[in-house]
Design a protein around this ligand. Structure first.
Ligand SMILES: [Zn+2]
Length: 127
């Protein structure tokens, strides 16, 4: 059995839903949600509400910790590369996708491999 994750929402246990009410009869409590996977906030939160609760409590500190943006960013040729692909939904036995880098400033396109597409550190951006 895979390990269950706990929702990281700071107020998750305060929401009165039937699935949060756990324990033996007579001593049930509302508890933080436990699931094998979550859909929100990089799989850390059971709901958008819980994600917002966390951000309201810790967001400013997290931004200060990782670096608050203090200057406007500019989209220029050197940092405008994004990853893109087309998926052929009509061919699900042997799907063909054309993974590529697309420059959002120049519209130039360059092919890439599926491995490069899935590699989060791969980018053509130099700035
Ligand atoms: Zn939650």
């Amino acid at each position: 059995m895979s390990e269950l994750k706990l929702c990281q929402g700071t107020k998750c246990h305060t929401y009165h839903t039937q699935d949060r009410l756990k324990g033996t009869k007579g001593s049930k409590t509302y508890q933080t949600r436990r699931r094998s996977s979550f859909y929100y906030g990089n799989e850390n939160f059971c709901s958008l509400n819980c994600q917002t609760d966390w951000f309201n409590d810790f967001g400013d500190r997290a931004i200060d910790h990782f670096g608050r943006l203090t200057e406007v960013k500019h989209l220029i040729e050197d940092n405008a590369w994004i990853k893109d692909y087309d998926y052929d939904w009509r061919n699900d036995i042997n799907p063909k996708s054309n993974w590529r880098s697309v420059n959002k400033v120049t519209q130039e396109q360059r092919p890439m491999t599926e491995e490069q597409y899935n590699d989060e550190s791969y980018t053509l951006n130099t700035n």
